[in-house]
Design a protein around this ligand. Structure first.
Ligand code: MG
Length: 394
């Protein structure tokens, strides 16, 4: 039978005004959520995510798909709350969860959305089990930058998936076997952006007590600058499977691709209930929250695109296919209107045009962005958001 010991710590850091991280560390459920939205909205989003999983665990998780359903329910709940209050519009959160599925067979489930992480220390080796849904992670997987460069990259605050942003959300899941001696670590980016993996590894290997390890990791992040909220949950497998039988228990790629069931409350088409909020989706960046949600991208945003997006403009996750569709539709509509106007003018036998004063082309205003924020202007469309397709490498 599976036996776990754990500890947890969180801190707002040395720069932020508040702590928008939330976590749970209790029998059968370990979660870290990193809220975004500013003006306390991020705090609400992360709390909803954690509370939703906490309530769902009462029903018991038997499969990792059950965890995915709970995460989707959290997504819907955050969106509903954001729609109900203008000051919470656009709030969102990451989530990384480690859940006991089958204690008799030592099975754990992992679910992840965003750039919070779950690590495993096994046989002295620290491995990251989750894949960040972030711009810099895509650059790393594309071979453009190294993992260490990603940690210091100026755009490391851009996440490509988060709860609360779109009606649907892709959730990475894994089912793994816990071995005796394993140590699992869940954390927000406030840890990994400040502390290199090798230092996390050293500390985890050198501190036996999970609570003390969690507290020391948080303290280390603050010693390195503490520029973000930081949350760490450490889970030790005191009794699990025989490690010798799990030599090849590499979690590999996530199981998200197919068959994740919808929450029951989505059984009917409830587009009204969870339609995108009428209010702007983002309250804009604030000094205490500079996380930005953008669609998954493989190329750096063009400088022009970055310049013309006003701070505070709605941010959306929409796939490239959706953008091309609406762009083509707009082009066709423009051609039709021009042809119609030409036909009308011809029919009226309009006189030759008089001299027209030169036209001034008004460029979109460039608004200075606050330090640490990186944004891209979203497509001008009201189309229903489209889930971001995973890259083929996931
Ligand atoms: Mg953070």
């Amino acid at each position: 039978m599976l036996e776990l010991h754990w500890g947890a710590a969180t801190h707002q850091g040395l720069v932020r005004d508040m702590n928008e991280d939330a976590y749970a560390a209790e029998p059968g459920l370990f979660v870290v959520a990193d809220g975004m939205g500013g003006h306390s909205a991020g705090e609400v989003a992360s709390a909803i995510a954690v509370d939703t999983l906490r309530r769902a665990v009462g029903d018991g998780y038997r499969r990792v798909d059950d965890v995915a359903v709970a995460v989707r329910l959290a997504n819907a709940s955050i969106r509903a709350e954001a729609s109900a209050r203008a000051d919470r519009a656009g709030m969102g959160t990451t989530i990384t969860a480690l859940v006991v599925l089958d204690p008799e067979h030592h099975l754990l489930g992992i679910a992840n959305v965003g750039d919070s992480r779950t690590y495993r220390l096994r046989a002295g080796k620290l491995s990251r089990l989750t894949i960040d849904h972030s711009y810099v992670e895509e650059l790393v997987r594309d071979g453009q930058i190294t993992a260490e460069e990603a940690r210091l990259h100026p755009r490391r605050n851009i996440v490509t998936r988060a709860l609360g942003i779109d009606r649907t959300v892709e959730i990475d899941t894994w089912t793994i076997t816990a071995a005796t001696g394993d140590r699992y670590v869940l954390c927000s980016d406030g840890l990994v952006d400040e502390v290199p993996d090798h230092e996390i590894d050293d500390l985890l290997s050198g501190v036996a007590d999970p609570q003390e390890a969690a507290e020391q990791l948080v303290a280390t992040a603050n010693r390195h600058g503490g520029r973000d909220n930081v949350t760490v949950v450490v889970v030790d497998v005191v009794q699990g499977a025989d490690p010798a039988t799990l030599a090849d228990d590499d979690p590999g790629e996530p199981q998200w691709a197919e068959g994740q069931p919808e929450p029951e409350r989505w059984a009917d088409d409830d587009t009204e209930q969870f339609a995108p909020a009428a209010a702007p989706r983002s309250p804009g960046r604030t000094t205490d929250d500079d996380t930005v949600v953008l669609p998954a991208i493989t190329d750096p945003p063009s400088p022009d695109a970055e310049q013309v997006r006003p701070v505070g403009a709605p941010r959306r996750t929409i796939g490239i296919g959706g953008f091309l569709f609406w762009f083509a539709l707009g082009a066709i509509a423009t051609v039709v209107v021009v042809v119609a106007l030409v036909a009308l003018r011809g029919g009226d036998q309009a006189p030759p045009p008089t001299t027209v004063p030169p036209t001034t082309v008004q460029r979109a205003t460039t608004t200075p962005r606050p330090s640490g924020t990186s944004t891209t202007r979203p497509p001008a469309t009201t189309a229903a958001p489209r889930p971001v397709p995973p890259t083929s490498s996931r």
